[in-house]
Design a protein around this ligand. Sequence first.
Ligand code: SF4
Length: 227
Amino acid sequence: MKSEASEMRWMSTSTATLLEEVYRRLTPLWPDAHPLLHYHSCFELLIAVILSAQTTDEQVNMVTEELFGRFPTAGKLALADIAEIERIIHPVGFFHVKARHIIDTAKALEERFGGNIPPTLEEMLELPGVGRKTANLVASACHEVPGIIVDTHVLRVLVRLGVCPKKDAALAESIVRANLSHEKHTQFSYSVNRHGKFTCTARKPACTQAGRSCPLSDLCPQIGVKR
Ligand code: SF4
């Protein structure tokens, strides 16, 4: 966990006001504060989020039906043949390393947590292939702990808004943590995610397209947006 002093250096009245306004405008538009990944348990969610690195939720949902049908628990996945896992998850990319990560994670869950998801963010971060985005997402969904989930969409929007000076997910998380109240973190993350996924898209943000509008346009310096 980041120290209070290191978080405080990112505190800024103007950033706090901007984040509060982004939250106020976007959360009514995107009230569905939940992952778009398909899952039936916290174990399945954890595995699905690990698989989602460098690919889309839709692509992950296409492979997890078979994966979780064959291996519905940490105990079963821990004993899986890696070649079979690689075959199933091949479409999500980086399938060699992701297969190894999910099997090793399943083994760690079995050995250290009785097949369950770790109770703390710190313990989740010790699992193979689990970074801060994954840990925050799973902790917020499974333990109802407010989490700042900085994925590619959230990071893009925060950079374009001028909230974060560079594409650095850890820095973006620190800035949001320092400037937006704790209980708003999860809802903020999901609404900014949806805004980035459907409005402030990577190649054609709404503000560059005729006939489309963005609810944040009067707040946004549109940093790095190409026309
Ligand atoms: S104004 Fe453009 S760059 Fe800024 S948030 Fe909206 S769509 Fe994204």
